[in-house]
Design a protein. Structure first.
Length: 276
């Protein structure tokens, strides 16, 4: 199974600094591909520090553990290491007090995908003309939707939509979400920060811009340009992996018609501890 990957990050038009961090590895740490996106919080340098530290600690944990493949326990351990690193750094420097980050990771080997995430940065699977949210949203309203307390349509305008129940580095321990799945030819996995949604670009539009040609780098550039055209009030980051298909069997890419994602929520500005 052949994979094509691409990534990019843009500060947007209103932020002084880019608090997002991204990493894409090929054929390292016992994996065919590794995609990591982190969206920092805590203001200016603290947010950038948190996201950068989370990416570096997570990837270093995989590079040094001597294991192979997208084992979910392996990903959980790396996530725990990232959380501890950011948490301890925040305790040691008053300027970093309260800093944290989201994290969403996809690890791929031999057609098997492992996912881990904390926070509300999403991962999507584009397959057969539709898009599906494969990460778990850890904003407060989304947690309430899963518990059956509120309806999905109530989440978008909920008064607590700006709060996360889970984030890297904010609390001493975290509960990460993990999942595993088999990839198919033609699948595209997209990890991103919420600057795309904040700009007003829907999941369907993002998919169309990404997949209207076979060049992922150009597709990502189209998404970023569209966000900037709409004002780009937040940082914009994408990491993409696509499973290539046999060119003799390639047909026109299908039109994206639907998404199964819960309505995405805007970037948090406050944090509230959940009941993990």
């Amino acid at each position: 199974m052949r994979l094509r990957t691409a990534s990019a990050s843009d500060p947007g038009l209103e932020r002084e600094e880019n608090e997002d961090s991204v990493a894409v590895w090929r054929n390292k740490a016992g994996l065919d591909s590794l995609l990591v996106v982190c969206d920092g919080m805590g203001g200016h340098a603290a947010g950038q520090t948190a996201s950068s530290m989370a990416v570096k600690t997570f990837t270093a944990a995989l590079a040094e553990d001597g294991d192979e493949g997208p084992d979910l326990n392996r990903l959980k351990r790396a996530c725990k290491a990232a959380n501890s690193s950011v948490f301890e750094a925040a305790k040691s420097n008053p300027a970093w007090e309260g800093m944290g980050s989201t994290i969403v990771v996809v690890a791929i080997r031999g057609g098997e995908l492992g996912l881990v995430n904390v926070g509300d940065s999403p991962a999507y699977l584009f397959r057969d003309g539709s898009a599906k949210l494969i990460s778990q949203d850890h904003s407060w309203p989304a947690e309430q939707v899963r518990l059956g307390v509120i309806k999905p349509e109530e989440a978008a305008d909920h008064p607590l939509k700006l709060r996360l129940t889970r984030a890297i580095g904010v609390w001493e321990s975290i509960q990460s979400y993990t999942d595993k799945m088999k990839l198919e030819a033609g699948d595209t996995i997209v990890l991103c920060s919420d600057g795309i949604e904040t700009a007003g670009v829907s999941v369907e539009e993002m998919g169309k811009l990404l997949l209207q040609s076979g060049d992922l780098d150009k597709g990502i550039k189209r998404v970023i340009e569209r966000c900037r055209d709409l004002g780009a009030p937040d940082n914009i980051t994408l990491a993409v992996a696509r499973v290539e298909v046999d060119i003799t069997a390639t047909q026109a890419l299908p039109k994206l018609t639907s998404t199964t994602a819960i309505p995405r929520l805007k970037k948090i500005s406050q944090l509230q501890k959940g009941s993990d």
